[in-house]
Design a protein around this ligand. Structure first.
Ligand SMILES: Cc1ncc(COP(=O)(O)O)c(C=O)c1O
Length: 388
């Protein structure tokens, strides 16, 4: 169901009061600890403690989730929202999160569309722009939503080979772009490589391409990059370029199962996206987003645990002399020298889940950061798998 954001509603006193309430919620976060989150939902309270989340004893390092979330500030709001679950998500809650995102990014609320995970908004974008012409993208990127439009017969993807260092070859992409191009889709940092594009080069290329067609930059992992503000393409939107940026609460916020994502674009593009977005996000999602969006204490904690895991993995890879890409995300892409699907199978036997092969990158494995003991298990298992 589309969410029709109106200026009139934005200006009502009720909305102002709601926003004030949201800020109070967002800043009343208590100390962060994984134990707090677990204590809120003791495993004994559900019929099968492994109904959701990783199965018993499994180190789930294959899906780029972040087990440090949800933040206690989000969990509190989810509990509150669940108690109001008889009701459709209120317009006030939708506006509140929209307004918070707009404020933090220096855009107007009309430019923000909040959806059920960024997957929804990305699919909507692929459906809007796919019929105009090919989606030009790097050969390796998170292509699930572009493929959604392809599967509906609404788009085609023109995949451009990566550069020799496996970064996105922006010059090669730019050379393909014309006014007939439906969409340019970039992912920064990219998945599965984990690489960030050089900020100045990216922004200059995006500006030139956006004069010819719409450029989408999927920034799902941007908060985990070394300098999110410098790396983001959001400032190009207010400078008038035809750019859409998408973000998610699934990564640094650790809320992959809660499903909140959003896009930032011109108000005109946002209106088009809203008109084809398919769901009305659950009240629990909006509430969780409101609870933790500005929870800097949690975000710093989440970032530091991911960084700790990443350092452990890269130290192990260096010790083993294996090539890897310098990741600025919650996963690492490395070249084991073995078939990726064999590495996956051998890891599975040790109850460690890592990603299998992408396209023809048969010797490359992607491992996501999990809880530190799970990352430790991976680091211990890797030499055994490699030498088996
Ligand atoms: C680059 C990228 N974008 C978007 C998503 C979708 O995330 P979500 O739909 O959970 O927001 C993912 C999921 O892994 C991703 O890797």
């Amino acid at each position: 169901m589309a969410f029709d954001i109106s200026r009139r509603l934005m200006l009502t006193g009720a909305m102002g009061a709601s926003i004030a309430g949201a800020s109070a919620c967002a800043t009343s976060t208590s100390a962060v600890s994984a134990a707090t989150a677990e204590a809120a939902f003791p495993p004994s309270a559900v019929p099968d403690p492994y109904l959701l989340g990783p199965k018993e004893g499994v180190a789930l390092l294959s899906r780029n989730e972040n087990p440090y979330g949800p933040a206690p500030s989000a969990l509190k709001m989810i509990e509150y929202a669940a108690s109001k679950g008889a009701y459709y998500t209120s317009r006030e809650a939708m506006m509140m999160l929209t307004e918070m995102i707009a404020e933090k990014n220096g855009v107007a609320p009309e430019q923000v569309v909040v959806t059920t995970g960024s997957g929804e908004v990305l699919s909507a974008i692929a459906m809007i722009f796919g019929p105009k012409g090919p989606i030009v993208a790097p050969r390796l990127f998170w292509d699930t939503t572009a493929l959604y439009a392809v599967n509906l017969g609404m788009a085609s993807i023109d995949r451009v080979p990566l550069a020799a260092d496996m970064s996105i070859d922006l010059a090669a992409i730019e050379a393909k772009v014309t006014s007939e191009t439906g969409l340019v889709q970039l992912c920064n940092p990219n998945n599965p490589t984990g690489l960030v594009s050089d900020a100045a080069t990216l922004q200059a290329a995006v500006k030139r391409m956006a004069k010819k067609t719409t450029v989408l930059v999927d920034e799902a992992y941007i908060e985990l990059s070394d300098d999110p503000d410098a790396n983001s393409c959001v400032p190009l939107i207010n400078a008038g370029y035809d750019v859409i940026v998408t973000r998610t609460f699934s990564k640094i916020y650790g809320m992959a199962g809660i499903r909140v994502g959003y896009s930032i674009s011109s108000a005109e593009t946002a209106e088009k996206i809203r008109s084809v977005a398919m769901s009305w996000s659950p009240c629990t999602s909006f509430a969780a987003g409101i609870g933790c969006y500005n929870d800097e204490e949690f975000l710093n904690y989440s970032r530091s645990k991911i960084q700790e895991g990443r350092d452990m993995v890269t130290t192990t890879l260096e010790t083993l002399g294996l090539e890897y890409l310098p990741s600025q995300t919650n996963f690492v892409y490395f070249k084991s020298g073995l078939e990726a699907n064999d590495v996956q199978k051998a890891m599975n036997e040790k109850k460690i889940s890592v990603r299998g092969q992408y396209m023809d990158y048969n010797e490359w494995t992607r491992v996501s950061m999990g809880k530190i003991p799970d990352v430790e298990r991976f680091c211990k298992a890797l030499p055994e798998v490699i030498s088996a």
